[in-house]
Design a protein around this ligand. Structure first.
Ligand code: PGA
Length: 252
């Protein structure tokens, strides 16, 4: 009932020619895939060229961030409208690197989510606890405020265009993946939070991706969990063979 999504977050990697090469490789390897939504998120400067490269394929294009204003005196920022203009259908928001390195708050992320939805785009809304928060027994509180504040005032109808990505910060880029049980526990908690906000129907339709050191050799175990509806992949999304294998996860 929830179509799996496998999204590649390329972070600050790949020139325009490298991005096109990766997309062309992925197109060949994933051409036959119809039952998984495939998304790639190159850097801003490669988006327009990437949009031309994915045209007519089953690969959708995401940006990694945006600002919430439409236009104006906001040097260095880019709006949802301009991302749409460049060919994006999705925007990743609230990634832990945005939260930690660039100081993004739940409130700012909420404004961005609303701006992306108002533009008719899809939001990939990221949440996740640090190791310190997990070990200090604060994981649930942190996830609660990220979800409740980050998704504040979003209608049930608009929630159809929100995909949540649970990415424990301690698992990102570290090679340490949450176990299937740890991830399932967090995902089912997050689904409960969404149910509290928007009701059980919306919660049961909302896709919750897992992210954090997802690799070809651990994706199957993660995807076997009831509440894991896909993955947000960093490092392993930069290689055609690895990302294609993650897209082709074993269903059971
Ligand atoms: P990783 O990154 O797969 O390299 O851990 C995931 C992410 O940050 O989205």
């Amino acid at each position: 009932m929830r179509k799996p999504m496998i999204a590649g977050n390329w972070k600050l990697h790949k020139t325009i020619p490298e991005a096109i090469e990766l997309i062309e490789g992925l197109k060949k390897e994933t051409a036959a895939v119809a039952d998984v939504e495939i998304v790639v998120a190159p850097v801003f400067t490669a988006l327009a060229a990437a949009a031309a490269a994915v045209k007519g394929s089953n690969i959708a294009l995401a940006a990694q961030n945006c600002y919430f204003e439409k236009s104006g005196a906001f040097t260095g920022e880019v709006s949802p409208a301009l991302l749409k203009d460049a060919g994006c259908s999705h925007v990743i928001l609230g990634h832990s690197e945005r939260r930690q390195i660039f100081g993004e708050s739940n409130d700012l992320i909420n404004r961005k989510v609303k701006a992306v939805l108002a533009e008719g785009l899809n939001a990939i809304f990221c949440i996740g606890e640090t190791l310190e928060e997990r070990e200090g027994d604060r994981m649930m509180d942190v996830l609660r405020s990220q979800v409740v504040d980050g998704l504040k005032n979003i209608s049930a109808a608009d929630m159809q265009r929100v995909v949540v990505a649970y990415e424990p910060v301690w698992a990102i880029g570290t090679g340490k993946t949450a176990t299937g049980d740890q991830a399932q526990e967090a995902h089912s908690f997050v689904r409960g939070l969404i149910s509290g906000l928007c009701g059980p129907d919306v919660a049961s339709q909302t896709r919750i991706l897992y992210g954090g050191s997802v690799k070809p050799d651990n994706v199957d175990g993660l995807m076997a969990q009831d509440d894991i509806d896909g993955t947000l992949v960093g490092g392993a999304s930069l290689k055609v063979a690895d990302f294609a294998r993650i897209v082709a996860f074993e269903k059971n």
